[in-house]
Design a protein around this ligand. Structure first.
Ligand SMILES: *Cc1c(COP(=O)(O)O)cnc(C)c1O
Length: 465
């Protein structure tokens, strides 16, 4: 038999009707009845579990099961459900492709295109003829014009692009990959696992640091369907290393009659090395090597929406487009609209100015300094009693698993709260409206103007004062 104190707590739990009456007195009428009943039942259930699981009476010291308290928790839960879960965040971390904050910030033209496509649109209708159209057609010509590829196809993300391409080209067959390229990206994308999901058999060649042409050559047999190269986006093997370039793999592929695919990851369309960034392979350069299939992300360095882009030779793309899996991986109209608008900027606009990711990555140091000083001055003026404000030189990062070695010189606003403990203050900013997220370093909260929009600066000041 349960202890007396436990029994007493259980007996004191209010009934659903009593709590519902209390909830109605507290404004519960604004929620649908069934939702309110469900929330009240859940809260009572969790209180019951808490009583049953308590190891001692002391654990229940703060326990409050009055009808009013239970009603208040149920109403708070429903109120939260009514709020948008996806909220605007001010990214002051200086990490441009922050995966947890939605990777690329989209261009204005992309946002407008998403609005336009949100209602009915000609997603799969050729308007002049009135006949069935193809959803890829909206971006295929832009992609081939930009990269020199013969054909293109778009899916939901690059993981899906790799899966679809492997499944089409190598299901039930062997795929040869260098051991140094069996990467894990973003915690869940692992080449061996994607390969297995696509039904292909992985053949690893070489060692972690060195793989030679002959390693690939010797591994080829009748069951081989594909030679695969994977861009090691988020790490680098340095020192005593050797890798086979995609050009050489293409040569081997030609001589043994096998297609070659490269998973490029980020997909950079314009050279940024003049701005102090690592030299990344450009998409057009990779296509020019003669590689048969190339895959990349839409929301990394390309600066567009989450998407996977498959480029390559027409014959292979025809097969990929006929794969039934594509039906499960195809992008929606909103993605295609944003991608189209982003690609049009590359072809007809000024990408370094109009694509936020590129503008942020190439922001001049004196601009960053001026913006950090302006923000610091505003904070110092508005909150001299609560904030200690300084401006420092520091570094921003590319993020998104791209260019891991690149540290971009920047200026940050360094802040300390004079009254509130740091953890509490940082949490308050993070859960505010809008949410403000900076970089915590020792006792300081750093705000990097690189990833803050100019128009957001006033909002940042308001969040902090
Ligand atoms: C980022 C990355 C992926 C995964 O791309 P998603 O668009 O996030 O699915 C796959 N391969 C490489 C090499 C990458 O860099």
């Amino acid at each position: 038999m349960a202890e007396n104190w436990r029994q007493a707590y259980l007996r004191a739990l209010p009934g659903v009707d009593v709590v519902l009456a209390a909830a109605r007195r507290a404004g519960g009428e604004r929620f649908p009845h069934q939702l309110l009943v469900g929330a009240v039942q859940e809260i009572i259930g969790s209180l019951r579990r808490q009583i049953l699981q308590a190891a001692s009476r002391e654990e229940l010291d703060e326990f409050n099961s009055t009808p009013e308290a239970v009603a208040e928790r149920a109403l708070a839960r429903l109120q939260q459900l009514r709020q948008p879960s996806l909220q605007r965040v001010i990214n002051a971390t200086g990490t441009v492709l922050h995966t947890n904050l939605g990777r690329a910030r989209l261009a204005e033209a992309a946002k407008e295109a998403m609005q336009r496509a949100a209602g009915y649109c000609n997603l799969e209708m050729d308007l002049p003829s009135g006949k069935r159209g193809l959803r890829h057609a909206h971006v295929e010509r832009l992609l081939t014009a930009l990269t020199g590829a013969e054909a293109a196809c778009v899916v939901n993300n690059n993981a899906a692009a790799v899966l679809l391409a492997l499944n089409t080209l190598a299901a039930g067959k062997k795929v040869i990959v260098s051991r140094g390229e069996l990467v894990e990206i973003g915690g869940s994308f692992r080449i061996p696992e994607v390969m297995a999901a696509g039904g292909a058999r992985l053949v690893e060649v070489g060692t972690t640091n060195k793989t030679h042409y002959a390693d690939y050559e010797q591994a080829v047999d009748e069951e081989t369907a594909l030679l695969l190269k994977v861009h090691t986006s988020n790490y680098r093997v340095v020192g005593y290393t050797a890798a086979v370039e995609v050009e050489e793999l293409v040569e081997l592929g030609r001589s043994v009659g096998l297609p070659v695919m490269e998973d490029l990851g980020s997909g950079l369309l314009v050279d940024l090395s003049a701005f102090g960034l690592e030299r990344e392979p450009l998409v057009a350069e990779r296509i020019a090597t003669g590689v048969d299939v190339l895959t990349l992300s839409g929301d990394k360095l390309l600066g567009g929406p989450q998407a996977g882009i498959i480029l390559g030779k027409r014959a292979f793309l025809e097969r990929i487009k006929k794969n039934q899996l594509l039906r499960a991986l195809r992008p929606d109209k909103i993605t295609l609209a944003a991608l189209e608008a982003t690609l049009q900027i590359y072809l007809f606009g000024d990408p370094l100015r109009e694509i936020p990711v590129l503008a942020m990555l190439t922001m001049p140091k004196d601009t960053l300094k001026r913006r950090a000083e302006r923000l610091a001055a505003a904070l110092h003026e508005r909150a001299p009693d609560s904030l200690t404000v300084a401006v420092w030189e520091d570094y921003s990062f590319v993020g998104g698993g791209a260019m891991p070695l690149t540290r971009l010189p920047t200026f940050v606003v360094a802040l300390r709260h004079k009254k509130m403990p740091q953890a509490e203050w940082v949490r308050k900013l993070r859960t505010g409206t809008p949410s403000l997220i900076g970089r915590v370093q020792d006792d300081w909260l750093l705000l990097d103007p690189r990833t803050i929009e100019v128009a957001e600066e006033e909002v940042v000041v308001a969040c902090l004062t």
